[in-house]
Write a protein that binds this ligand. Structure first.
Ligand SMILES: Nc1ncnc2c1ncn2[C@@H]1O[C@H](COP(=O)(O)OP(=O)(O)OP(=O)(O)O)[C@@H](O)[C@H]1O
Length: 324
């Protein structure tokens, strides 16, 4: 559905050149649900804007549903829906009229535009709001309308740029219910960007981590967490000396990747915490160390980002948001 080779975009800001996207090679198959995850300014939106033909790449190429984004823009646009970061609905239109107008823009007859509008109102639970003016909708309702607008022409591919940013947890969960249902019913390929680590973790089948314009990891959330971060076992012993002594013994245990001590605590990165913990406790005991407490925590995608870049995604995003 999506194939890119060396996709690159540079901007010139005054005398400064900004390399927003630096040679992205990407392949997304039909029906996949992919999250692009990265801090502010990583190049996620610029990538989406190139793939949707809104921005011309500086170099490299991409094909959407077999069509070149530079040579066959009309066919590309017919193949995709794009829900950008801002709300797309005309504020003074009524909800159903907005969908009718969009359908007409895509060349549907008045009758077919009406049928499609009603289908989408029902699919996105907007039926009760059909006569409401867009400006009176809540943030979550507007986002659902945006998605309906993106789907008017039945595209096989839908791009969502931060679909749930700024929503409360309940509205986010509701939006996701709709996204997942649409996908199940229509088989739509979905590519979205998000800042929400938990969202990428639980909803996407594949997570592509982008930093400074390049892809730095691409896998399922589980595989990224297992391969790049690992679980964290924390053991406490009686003293800092005991912790240092025990660390030298546990370092060679199966599945241990890294051990650090902090006072009487040992922080042990392991491949699979559920398997490693019993072995670590057995070893400690057989060498005469008394473990006073043991804790196992699973990594988050933030740990993955930290492992890859040495920076926390959460902090990077917050810091960069603060300096905008
Ligand atoms: N039109 C533009 N002119 C100049 N620089 C731009 C332009 N659009 C984006 N950039 C710069 O390109 C880089 C990537 O921006 P982009 O919006 O793609 O990041 P992002 O990952 O989508 O960030 P966010 O999560 O904040 O939306 C940033 O440094 C941004 O300031």
């Amino acid at each position: 559905m999506i194939e890119t080779t060396g996709l690159t975009k540079s901007f010139t800001r005054g005398k400064t050149k900004v390399d927003a996207v630096r040679g992205i090679d990407l392949s997304v198959a039909e029906g996949e649900l992919v999250a692009l995850l990265g801090p502010n300014g990583a190049g996620k939106s610029t990538t989406l804007r190139m793939l949707t033909t809104l921005l011309a790449p500086t170099s490299g190429s991409a094909r959407i549903a077999g069509h070149s984004i530079t040579e066959d823009r009309d066919a590309v646009r017919r193949s995709l829906g794009y829900v950008g970061q801002g709300n797309g609905g005309g504020h003074n239109q009524r909800v159903r009229d907005e969908l009718l107008t969009q359908g007409r823009c895509y060349g549907l007859s008045a009758h077919r535009a009406g049928v499609r509008a009603d289908e989408l109102l029902s699919a996105l639970d907007l039926g009760d709001l059909a006569k409401r003016t867009v400006s009176t909708l809540s943030g979550g309702q507007r986002r659902r309308l945006d998605i309906a607008i993106g789907l008017v022409h039945r595209p096989p591919l839908l791009f969502l740029d931060e679909p749930s940013t700024g929503m409360d947890p309940q509205s986010r969960a509701n939006l996701w219910e709709h996204i997942l249902r649409l996908r199940q019913e229509m088989g739509t390929t979905i590519v979205l960007t998000t800042h929400y680590l938990d969202e990428a973790d639980s909803m996407a089948e594949r997570v592509i981590v982008i930093d400074t314009g390049t892809i730095i990891a691409d896998d399922t959330a589980d595989a990224l967490k297992a391969n790049l971060a690992g679980d964290l076992v924390t053991l406490s012993v009686a003293s800092a000396d005991a912790a240092i002594g025990l660390a030298s013994i546990l370092g060679s245990a199966d599945g241990v990747r890294d051990i650090t001590t902090s006072g009487e605590r040992l922080n042990i990165r392991v491949v699979r915490g559920d398997r490693a913990l019993p072995e670590l406790l057995r070893r400690s005991e057989s060498h005469g160390f008394v473990v006073e407490s043991a804790d196992l925590s699973r990594p988050t995608l933030d740990d993955v980002f930290l492992g890859l870049t040495g920076r926390s995604l959460r902090e990077t995003s917050l810091r960069e948001t603060a300096t905008v």
